[in-house]
Design a protein around this ligand. Sequence first.
Ligand code: MN3
Length: 202
Amino acid sequence: MAFELPSLGYDYDALEPNIDARTMEIHHSKHHQGYTNNLNNAIAGTDLDGKSIEDILANLDMNNGAVRNNGGGYYNHSLFWTVMNPEDRGYLSGELKDAIEAAYGSKDEFIAAFSKAAATRFGSGWAWLCVHKGGKVEICSTPNQDNPLMPGVSCGGTPILGLDVWEHAYYLNYQNRRPDYINAFFNVINWNEAERRYAEAK
Ligand code: MN3
């Protein structure tokens, strides 16, 4: 059974002015579609065909570049669209708020640490907030389309918030101003979804 490009769940222009419609359209319909197609091609006829994406990534042969890059790309973007929401953003609350304050002191200090991880990722990659079994949260970042579900990658744990810092995610609107794009991301985070993922993964 082939993977399918998930719907955004909102319009391409819904995150304006924080993320522009043209960027969202290309990012979803071209980049994410490409990772999806290439992942399907890479697993067709192999024993990975029919497995969940989480299972494929957790048991990944890191030397399998096609599945590593495209499986990561498929998973990472699928998560990314859900942790942004134009209408029902919610706010940091509940158990996730407690876990973030335990690890980073305050929401503002968490935002500063996450922003630094995103800003200092050299080249292309992602910044993540992950949860470990037991509920401890940790910020980390990965190069390219790697993610913490993959064996031996970065901080491990389950990602519950992710920010794409590839240039294709922001260059049309922000050019080389990655920090401005990172700041804008905090205007559109769907905290309800992050909290749901936290409760599921802890
Ligand atoms: Mn991307």
